[in-house]
Design a protein around this ligand. Structure first.
Ligand code: NAD
Length: 490
């Protein structure tokens, strides 16, 4: 399969510390959305490959789970140092494989480093608790790893999303099967290489590439104790149902359609710059992107500034590519239908072309104004750099539009009025809420997770909440003093 035109080696599976070809010989070409160049060939695995990965992970679990959490995080410290050294290299790969700007790639790696900092603090935060429950009787808890766990990730954060799960799960003593998106397979292999160099024992992390058949095999595999998933809602629902039916611990994060509420008293420059960054970052392919702007009353002075800033964005420089032509065409379809439904396209990114990168996949910032709150462009996730504006008269009406969404990932309000902000925080149905913040992502040690159709399962995927997901607690009651009386409880 040698191909001299490929920029990177073939992406094989990483099982038991070795790169191994998939057993059925199937692969597909990974093309860069930046310029259409061939980056690699990606192997597509079946359940036979999965069995091998689970065996390797089960074998590694015996020694890995026996180490102390302090010993385990020493490897993560070393890995963090290596990742700092190769920060730029990893940022460039993210740029090439999914089309983000290099600066966005750098920011993504910085976020991975922050997630690692949290995992390295596990000896301090995952301590369990202790209490004298009666005279001479002590009760304490211990966090016990689950065993082999699986993490299934989407294309849009090929570096950060694996770091949502991998460092915490490993620090807490589990071994892992990571199933990356086929559209973003190169970053995960680089992560595995650095972890190997940092001294991670073989089999503690295994990466297996594949599609639906493989994901379903993960949900069904009796050797896997827990599954996390990040991606679109239909798959999140199906996986939650299937893996739960197999009695696994499951947490699946789904799609989003985030509403921002704009009040006329907002600081115009602060609101405009934050809203622009929110809907154009990663070319709108973020589950925390602004999708719908619900403008209350006369916000024209701020909307005009948003339009001005959107028109000044240089596609290919300030804003990156769309993952593939199919996604670009899907986004275009949404704008075409919105226009037909009577909305006004005030900034039109449908015909974006980047000079010298004609084989790349681009879509310019797009602003759709005066949309009907019940129209498809408002109610459905399009996952592109599109801001749809709905005009309403009151904050109550704006909350009604936002809360009618089936999703509840993120939502923000832009205002300088504390009372309006407080009403918004109380009434909005979303898991991650912001005031004058375009992308209200909670940072460590707070957990990431939405509500409604944006998340299925209990708890959040990151932060302190993840400790309960990745472990089971053992409750130990001890009495060493023979004189301690037997009482009604112990
Ligand atoms: P996706 O659902 O297509 O793919 C996610 C993962 O599921 C990939 O590994 C893919 O190989 C696998 N997969 C795809 N179809 C499958 C199927 N039918 N059965 C089993 N597995 C399947 O999502 P994507 O296109 O990679 O990512 C974009 C979506 O993810 C958007 O909807 C976005 O909102 C969502 N997302 C959500 C979050 C969050 O935190 N809630 C974060 C990032 C992305």
């Amino acid at each position: 399969m040698a191909n001299t035109k490929m920029k990177y080696p073939e992406v094989m599976n990483y099982i038991g510390g070795k790169l191994i070809p998939c057993k059925n010989g199937k692969y597909f070409d990974k093309i860069s959305p930046v310029d259409g160049s061939l980056l690699s060939k990606v192997h597509i695995s079946s359940s036979d490959d999965l069995n091998e990965a689970v065996n390797a992970a089960q074998k590694a679990f015996i020694e890995w789970s026996d180490k102390t959490v302090k010993d385990r995080v020493q490897i993560l410290y070393k890995y963090k140092n290596l990742l700092e050294k190769y920060h730029e290299d990893h940022a460039r790969i993210i740029h090439e494989e999914i089309g983000k700007t290099i600066e966005e790639g750098r920011q993504e790696v910085s976020k991975s480093l922050e997630l690692l900092e949290f995992a390295c603090s596990m000896p301090q935060v995952a301590t369990g608790s202790i209490l004298n429950v009666s005279a001479g009787v002590e009760c304490r808890t211990e966090h016990i790893p689950l065993g082999v766990v699986a993490s299934i990730s989407p294309f849009n954060f090929p570096h950060m999303v694996p770091h949502w799960t991998l460092p915490n799960a490993l620090a807490l003593g589990n071994t892992m099967i990571l199933k990356p998106s086929p559209a973003a397979p190169i970053s995960p292999i680089r992560i595995a290489e650095l972890l190997h160099d940092a001294g991670l024992p073989s089999g503690v992390l295994n990466i297996i590439n594949g599609e639906r058949e493989l994901v379903e095999a993960i949900c069904d595999h009796p050797g896997i104790q827990a599954v996390t998933f990040v991606g679109s809602t239909p798959v999140a629902k199906a996986l939650y149902t299937r893996a739960s039916a197999n009695l696994k611990r499951v947490l699946t994060l789904g799609s989003a359609n985030n509403h921002l509420i704009l009040l006329p008293d907002a600081n115009p420059e602060m609101a405009a710059t934050n809203i622009i960054a929110s809907f154009t970052g990663t070319a709108g392919q973020r589950c925390m992107s602004a999708c719908v702007l619900v403008a209350v009353g006369d916000c024209n002075h701020i909307i005009q500034r948003i339009v001005e800033l959107a028109k000044a964005i240089k596609v290919g420089t300030d804003m990156g590519a769309i993952i593939n032509a199919e996604s670009r065409d899907r986004i275009k379809g949404f704008i075409d239908r919105a226009e037909r439904d009577g909305a006004k396209i005030v900034v039109d990114g449908r015909n974006a072309v980047v000079e010298g990168k004609e084989n790349g996949v681009y879509f310019g910032p797009t602003i759709v104004d005066f949309a009907n709150p019940n129209s498809e462009i408002v109610t459905t996730e399009n996952f592109g750099p599109v801001l749809t504006i709905v005009r309403v008269k009151t904050l109550e009406e704006a909350l009604g539009v936002a809360n009618s969404s089936p999703y509840g990932n993120g939502s923000s309000i832009f205002t300088q009025n504390g009372k309006s902000a407080q009403i918004f925080v109380q009434k909005i149905e979303a898991g991650m809420v912001g005031i004058n913040v375009g992308v209200p992502v909670p940072r460590e040690p707070f957990g990431f997770g939405g509500w409604k159709d944006s998340k299925f399962g209990t708890g959040d995927i990151t932060g302190e909440s993840s400790i309960n997901f990745w472990t089971k607690t053992k409750k130990i009651t001890t009495k060493w003093n023979p004189e301690a009386k037997v009482n009604w409880m112990s």
